[in-house]
Design a protein around this ligand. Structure first.
Ligand code: PGA
Length: 234
């Protein structure tokens, strides 16, 4: 059974998020979709959504606290209000744009692991490492496993090459297969691929061995498109 996740990033409002979730939930019920679907709206749009048992709402980010003085952050008090128990950690935009380092990412991972959250943990190499070859890519990813428990049973790993995110240029099928095979030797957790997954490449990507699903940004933000992507994977 494949896992399909949509990361809204800084898109959608509270109103359009609610419409989106309602649309996906209805489609999943009507079409008997049994795959697991995760949606990560912006934190201002989180709410207590009633969804079918295969549709889960997660947080794109949360600080490693219940509450306190952390301007601009949210804590688990804010997630608990809506019963949210899924979080995205290590996304390349948090690493490379917001400057989160591996030490802090591991601290965050371990905080949420101790609370039993489902964690989608993202790794992936920048273009420089990709161009330097496979061992450079694998070495870079290995560093992103620093302080991370790959045996955690709430873990879902996501391989997302930085250069493929939001660029429209997905990683080649053979390269995805190679990396996922290596990652599957390190963990029994499901491994998603992310980076310019869209309607016209999802079928091919989802059928690669050791690809257990997809984490999708841009191509998932229109509900009808996301519905098609889920259909292709079913
Ligand atoms: P993209 O983003 O689908 O727009 O490439 C993927 C991601 O950042 O998870």
């Amino acid at each position: 059974m494949k896992i399909i996740a949509s990361n809204f990033k800084t898109n959608h409002t509270r109103a359009t998020t609610a419409q989106f979730i309602h649309r996906i939930d209805k489609f999943m019920i009507d079409d008997n979709i049994t795959q697991t679907v995760y949606l990560f709206p912006p934190s201002t749009a989180l709410d207590s959504f009633e969804t079918n048992q295969n549709l889960h709402i997660g947080a794109q980010n949360c600080h490693w606290v219940k509450s306190g003085s952390y301007t601009g952050e949210i804590g688990t008090q804010q997630l608990d209000e809506f019963g949210i128990k899924t979080i995205l950690i290590g996304h390349s935009e948090r690493r490379h744009t917001m400057g989160e380092n591996q030490k802090d990412i591991a601290k965050k991972f371990n905080y949420f692991k101790a609370l039993g959250y489902r964690i989608i943990y993202c790794v992936g190499e920048p273009l420089e490492q990709k161009q330097a070859g496979l061992s450079s890519t694998l070495g870079y990813i290995q560093e992103q496993f620093g302080g991370i428990d790959l045996t955690y049973d709430g873990l879902i790993l996501a391989y997302e090459p930085v250069w493929a995110i939001g660029t429209g240029i997905s990683c080649g099928i053979d390269d995805i297969a190679t990396i996922h095979k290596k990652l599957a030797k390190k963990t029994t957790a499901p491994i998603l691929y992310g980076g310019s997954v869209k309607q016209d490449n999802i079928k091919e990507i989802i059928n690669i061995p050791n690809v257990d699903g997809a984490l999708i940004g841009t191509a998932s933000w229109v509900a009808d498109d996301f519905v098609n992507i889920i259909k292709f994977c079913n």
